[in-house]
Design a protein around this ligand. Structure first.
Ligand SMILES: O=P(O)(O)OC[C@@H](O)CO
Ligand SMILES: [Mg+2]
Length: 241
């Protein structure tokens, strides 16, 4: 089934699109999960999706603090040391990052139709470069990319900072928030988009608790299920009428 839920039945037509990156365009959330499971196993603890839900989409140091606190490890492992340990493993994994289903099709479609598109990711510059190194041509279609270590992003998601900065940098910006559609996979990202006054399509991992779906305007199981015309955007050329 394409649409899991559509909590906001009234859809504002949009003119600009902002994409999250990790877990939405790129299948990189699995790398974070993998290394966090390895680190926790050293302490005979297990990683679960309730903790994952709190960490994903956030700036590295913010999610590291959540990790050590929620797992009760803060006395033996600082957030900073956790990041150092995680980093060594992540750096080897990121260059093999693959696209999520439907990401290439949707980006190419919107770009071809002249819809301004950009990326707003909690990832900092160094990680962004590693993750996108096999996808340079696709990411070059973005009008701009706002990263987590951008000076304008004072606070990570769920703060609206990153999406407001993204809306500002479009041609003729700042764009009206209500004209911007955000695609997100993370609960913190969905809240950040809503805090910025934008519409948001959530494409969550199926392991995420469905209680996190309620803030999104639409919830899809894949980017392949997105119907641009529902949002006032041009239809896919191969769309069936
Ligand atoms: O904002 P995104 O692109 O999901 O990046 C966050 C990332 O650093 C890991 O969750
Ligand atoms: Mg994400």
């Amino acid at each position: 089934m394409a649409t899991i839920s559509a909590t906001g039945s009234h859809r504002e037509p949009v003119t600009h699109v902002i994409f999250d990156m990790d877990g939405l365009l790129l299948d990189t959330e699995k790398f974070y999960t993998e290394v966090q499971e390895i680190i926790l196993s050293r302490y005979n603890k297990t990683f679960d999706w309730s903790l994952k839900a709190k960490m994903m989409g956030k700036k590295a140091i913010e999610s590291a603090r959540i990790f050590v606190e929620e797992t009760g490890l803060s006395d033996s492992l600082s957030a900073e040391d956790f990041l150092v340990e995680r980093e060594e493993m992540l750096q080897k994994l990121f260059p093999s990052s693959e696209l999520m289903p439907g990401a290439s099709r949707l980006i190419r479609h919107l770009h071809a139709k002249g819809i301004p598109i950009c990326v707003a990711t909690g990832s900092h510059m160094r990680h962004f470069v590693l993750k996108t190194q096999r996808h340079g041509e696709l990411f070059s279609l973005m009008h701009h990319v706002v990263k987590g270590d951008d000076p304008e992003v004072k606070q990570g998601k769920p703060s609206p900072d990153i999406f407001l900065a993204a809306a500002k940098r479009f041609e003729g910006g700042p764009m009206d928030s209500c004209k911007c559609l955000v695609f997100e996979d993370a609960p913190a990202g969905v809240l950040a988009a809503k805090n910025a006054g934008m519409s948001v399509v959530m494409v969550p991992d199926p392991r995420l608790d469905i209680s996190y779906h309620t803030s999104a305007d639409q919830v899809l199981s894949s980017l392949l299920d997105f119907n641009p015309t529902e949002w006032g955007l041009p239809p896919f050329d191969d769309a069936k009428s």
